[in-house]
Design a protein around this ligand. Structure first.
Ligand SMILES: O=C[C@H](O)COP(=O)(O)O
Length: 319
């Protein structure tokens, strides 16, 4: 299992604006009754903005390195049609909140499934049982109310490291997503297959199962961004090809269409994560169903992260 090497410096996400043909054509000053885009107006609206997020494992980052990264981000010229989110390690969220431009939103890297209890000395110290490994795991988890209180608008859930190192299962992650949404947080809902699952031809089965667990639990998809992160690509330098990523993204959208609704399938942003960098992001972003990125290692370098953000508006290849 590859470890993520990032931090804000722990994690930054980026999202891109997905064209919304119907609304865009009406909002455009050049709109006219003969606008050719009108032929699309019978389709459900597409997601309005892409998302690019910067994220990291939490192991990276010091006050000084984060100050530098924040300064780089504050001075970066970022495409307006891209939602940009950073997910610093918990201990640095306040520093980032107090120094980062409002243009960029802040995410936590995790949140708890409920209100939690009293565990003095921890961010939140919780005990839970992991059936798959038949032992108890202790972990420090912030509760969603505190995540919101400290100024985060988002939380990352279901990251592969939480699934495969901490042992969180699909159902548990789905419940966490539901609780976070109910507290008013947006959820960056990660899914993705292991290398052995891909090699066994189980990529779609695994991703659909993880997606179903979210679908079974959440009250609405309005504030969810799906992050497809093949585990074999995280922190390895082995990025999925644009075709590999697109193949999964379009399958996820199709699953949403069949199992949730056509509108949710069309509006939900699906971002890709796993060894994204300034050199490969533009080609990935050209794919019709890639609406942004979840960036780990490359998010540690502010200028490169800005390049990734701005690549999300690369012209899409026709489906
Ligand atoms: O948390 C970040 C993502 O898992 C991707 O990490 P990476 O860009 O270093 O592969």
């Amino acid at each position: 299992m590859a470890a993520t090497s990032t931090s804000l410096a722990s994690q930054l996400y980026i999202g891109l604006r997905r064209p919304c043909p119907k609304l865009d054509s009406f909002n455009s000053p050049s709109f006219s009754a003969f606008d050719p885009n009108l032929r699309l107006s019978l389709s459900p609206p597409k997601p309005s903005r892409a998302v690019v997020a910067m994220a990291g494992s939490g192991k990276n980052g010091t006050k000084d390195s984060i100050s530098k990264l924040v300064a780089d981000l504050n001075s970066a010229k970022l495409e307006p049609d891209v939602d940009v989110v950073v997910a610093p390690p918990f201990l640095y969220i306040d520093q980032v909140k107090n120094s980062l431009t409002d243009r960029i939103e802040i995410s936590a890297q995790n949140s708890w499934v409920g209100k939690g209890g009293a565990f003095t000395g921890e961010i939140r110290y919780y005990f839970f049982y992991v059936p798959s490994v038949l032992h108890a795991v202790f972990d420090a988890i912030p509760i969603a109310e505190q995540v919101k209180d400290i100024g985060c608008k988002w939380v990352v859930l279901g990251h592969s490291e939480r699934r495969h190192i901490i042992g969180e299962n699909d159902e548990f992650i789905g419940k966490k997503a539901a609780y976070a949404l109910n507290q008013g947080l947006g959820v960056i809902a990660c899914i993705g297959e292991l290398l052995e699952e891909r090699e066994a031809g189980r990529t779609f089965d695994v991703c659909f199962q993880q997606l179903k667990a979210y679908a079974d639990a959440v009250p609405s998809w309005d504030n969810i961004v799906i992050a497809y992160e093949p585990v074999w690509a995280i922190g390895t330098g082995k990025v999925a090809t644009p075709q590999q990523a697109q193949e999964v993204h379009v399958a996820l959208r199709d699953w949403l269409k069949k199992n949730v609704s056509e509108e949710v399938a069309s509006k939900t942003r699906i971002i890709y994560g796993g060894s994204v960098n300034g050199g490969n992001s533009a080609e990935l972003a050209k794919q019709e169903d890639i609406d942004g990125f979840l960036v780990g290692g490359a998010s540690l370098k502010g200028p490169e992260f800005a390049t990734i953000v701005n690549s999300v508006t690369s012209k899409k290849v026709a489906a």
